[in-house]
Design a protein around this ligand. Sequence first.
Ligand code: ZN
Length: 160
Amino acid sequence: MAGTTVQRDADRAAVYAAEDQWTAAIDRGGPIDFFGSRLQLPVQTRFGSLEAVERYVEHLATMHPGVPSVTVRHRKGKARAHYSAGVIAIPMTAPWACRESVLLHEFAHHLNALSKEPAHGAQFRAALVALVERAQAPESALLLRRCYESKGLVVPAHVD
Ligand SMILES: [Zn+2]
C-alpha cells in the first residue's frame, strides 16, 4: 500500500525455506561439496531441557556484552518458537524447536530488536549469518548465506 510506514515481513517464507535447508544440513553435519571445495559442517546441538537452553542463550549473551539481557521461557504447543521484547519462547515439547539453529534465529531477532526493518529482512539475515559464524562455525555461516542467496535473498555485510 502506498504511503504506509509499516513494513510487511515479505521475506519471511523465503527465509524459513532457506533456513530449513541449512538446518537439515547441520542436523547431519560432516563434509559437503560446496562449489567444488569441501566444507566440514558442525553437527548442531540439540537441547534436552529448558536449563540447557538457558545456558546456551547465556553463552550467546556473553559474546555480545553491549546487548540487553534476554530470557528464555517454555511456550505451549508445538507450532512455533517466538521472540518478543527480550524473551525467547521455545516449545520445549517439540523436538524441532530444541535445536541450536532455532535459538540462533531467535537470538538474532534479539540482536536486531531495534531495527526498523521487517522482522526477517536483510539486516536480520546479516545478523544471523554473523552470529552463526561467531557462535557456531564459519562453514555453517557460509552455507546459511548460500541458502539465503539460492532463494533470491540479499545478505548485506554485517556491521556490529
Ligand atoms: Zn523469526
